[in-house]
Design a protein around this ligand. Structure first.
Ligand code: 2P0
Length: 311
């Protein structure tokens, strides 16, 4: 009645920002993301205790977090109480998203602990009930998510790219993704245009990914991310996720491109900048990002596989 699973966080190049169903976490538009090896969560589930217990990075979780985990177990048909211990290998204090890897690892570990055989598709749909983006961490590699579950469209080995994650602030962000995307959908006058843009971006991104066109895919990802932030900035009240270091990183990458070092930015609902580049230039990109005022650390990541049972 015990199992441990590992999953990786993912970074979207065509972003998910807006739900068509708030309760079921179904997106308004399809997204494309890649799992990142150094953003790893390990979760063990032990069934059969007296009450649900959830420990995150050595500390007891909030009642709301316990409730979210329980909802996932209920959806999996697991009635037994669970002791869940989850550990992130990356600095969550910096506000790096851990819900995607966390819920993906939880779905896989819980079903394994309960002896429930589930397809990858079913596990992805289950993880989605915890957090939308978690659907993409289950198949791993390059994954597209549109409806109930996400599917891998290219394996992690399809293309040896690097993703340099520049940590631009400490502490959790002011508005979480769930509230932020709802507020944006309800109040941004640009939201319909943003969703239309994502629908245009996805087929182009898949074509550029298939052809391993770094210039094309990098430019598309950067403009998709900036448009998501333009949409969020247009919400009422406005959602500004950036810090000065965020802008510093965008400018540093632009300077690098002027020097013919190809690197592009993407930014989630937070201040951190993820630079997309080739392995040969990753050291140079990392060094340049570290020199930006306010950047606390840079984690250089590669594409990773999906969620799996480890014991
Ligand atoms: C993404 N984000 O595509 C986008 C870009 C943040 C910015 O998916 O409410 O934590 O749990 O479905 O999955 C973060 O949103 O939101 C996210 P819920 P989630 O990666």
């Amino acid at each position: 009645m015990k199992a441990t699973a590992v999953a990786h966080a993912n970074i979207a190049l065509v972003k998910y920002w807006g739900k068509r169903d708030d309760a079921l976490h179904l997106p308004q538009a399809a997204s494309l993301a890649v799992a990142l090896d150094r953003l790893r969560t390990e979760t063990s589930v032990d069934l059969g205790g007296a009450e649900d217990i959830l420990e995150l990075d050595g500390k007891p979780a909030s009642p709301e977090q316990v409730q979210r985990a329980r909802a996932l177990l209920d959806a999996a048909g697991i009635r037994e109480k669970a002791r869940i211990v989850s550990r992130n290998d990356f600095p969550t204090a910096a506000g790096l998203a851990s819900s995607a890897s966390g819920f993906a690892a939880l779905a896989v570990a819980a079903c394994a602990a309960a002896g429930k055989k589930r397809s990858l598709e079913e596990l992805s749909a289950l993880a989605r009930l915890g957090s939308g983006s978690a659907a993409r961490s289950v198949p791993g590699g390059w994954a597209v998510w549109e409806n109930e579950s996400a599917r891998q469209v290219f394996s992690p080995s399809h293309w040896d790219l690097r993703f340099c994650v520049a940590i631009c602030a400490l502490g959790p962000k002011a508005t979480g993704s769930r509230d932020g995307m709802r507020a944006t959908r309800e109040s941004s006058p640009y939201h319909a245009a943003w969703i239309e843009q994502c629908r245009r971006d996805l087929p182009r991104a898949l074509h550029l990914l298939a052809g391993k066109n770094l210039d094309g895919l990098g430019a598309l990802a950067e403009s998709n991310a900036l448009r998501m932030h333009a949409d969020a900035l247009a919400a009422e009240p406005p959602l500004l996720y950036w810090e000065p270091a965020t802008v510093g990183c965008l400018q540093a990458l632009r300077s690098l491109r002027e020097e013919r070092v190809q690197a592009w930015a993407t930014i989630d609902a937070g201040p951190h900048v993820v630079a997309i580049c080739a392995p040969e230039t990753a050291k140079q990109v990392e060094t340049r990002l570290r020199a930006v005022s306010g950047v606390l650390d840079v984690l250089v990541c590669s594409p990773a596989e999906g969620a799996r049972v480890v014991s």
